[in-house]
Design a protein around this ligand. Structure first.
Ligand code: G3P
Ligand code: CA
Length: 263
């Protein structure tokens, strides 16, 4: 049977508030091979781990993430909205790892301190006003931590993902050694032959696309690509992607995927 890598999507985000340090540490405890993280820029140029353009869904703030400074965002609560942020009887009380904004830098430090191999998938999100700054700042930060020119033995391996081909191209230009994933929500016509642009060797189709096009995964693999599928939470979807022979499963529930794989 296929034995794909298991990546925790925004951390163990079914159980704990997404993109919090607690959600990522839980995923590492559960044995995930890797972590997925979305990054955006604050008004003062810091990379922070937040999915939405707006603060409203995952914090007690309102408005655009990109309109706030890091200090302003650090004053917000990014955890209490989630049902998993309420401690069950006998659980440890919440600490700030459940509620505080996570910077990408803090996540890199946690991953480097994990003491075991970890793959980190960083997805760049795009407030258009910042143009290419997200990728430039990301590569600068990764260089500072020695993660932009990966060697096979490095315990921490970073891969950069985007839905935007232009963002993937920027990463290839800035740091040609960094692997990239082109995320796919639909099937572009140029993908018919299975060749990805800009030297990218990993395709990232969504599970809805894989359900609609069951031959997509084998076709992409036959053309020499790896395939990571998101967001695979339900048992029937897990069976579908295992059957298709994917290389990576990106899931909010890494423990469930790992149990299915007998790991
Ligand atoms: O892992 C890729 C997946 O995260 C893309 O979709 O909206 O969850 O960032 P989204
Ligand atoms: Ca993402």
């Amino acid at each position: 049977m296929a034995n794909p890598l298991v990546f925790a999507h925004r951390g163990s985000s079914y159980d704990l508030p997404e993109h919090t340090l607690a959600a990522y540490l839980r995923a590492l405890d559960e044995g995930a091979d890797g972590l997925e993280c979305d990054v955006r820029l604050t008004r003062d140029g810091h990379l922070v781990c937040v999915h939405d353009r707006r603060l409203d869904r995952t914090s007690n703030g309102r408005g655009l993430v990109s309109a706030r400074t890091l200090a302003e965002l650090e004053a917000l609560d990014f955890g209490s909205w989630h049902p998993g942020a309420v401690p069950a009887d006998g659980d440890e009380p919440l600490d700030e790892s459940h509620t505080r904004l996570l910077t990408l830098e803090r996540l890199l430090e946690a991953v480097l301190a994990a003491g075991r191999p970890v793959r980190l998938l960083v997805e760049t999100k795009h407030p258009t006003r910042y143009g290419r700054d997200v990728e430039r700042r990301l590569v600068t930060l990764l260089r500072r931590y020695g993660l932009a020119e990966p060697k096979p033995d490095d315990p921490v391996q970073v891969t950069v993902m985007s839905f935007a081909p232009v963002a993937v191209r920027r990463i290839r230009d800035l740091a040609p050694g960094l692997p990239t994933v082109l995320l796919l929500e639909a099937l572009p016509r140029w993908l018919r032959l299975g060749r990805l642009p800009f030297g990218t060797r990993i395709a990232g189709p969504g599970i809805a696309l894989v359900r609609a096009r069951p031959q997509l995964v084998p076709a992409l693999r036959a053309a020499g690509n790896q395939v990571y599928v998101w967001t695979v939470n339900e048992p029937e979807d897990l069976e579908l992607v295992l059957e298709a022979g994917v290389d990576g499963v990106i899931t909010d529930r890494p423990a469930r995927a790992l149990a299915r794989l007998g790991r």
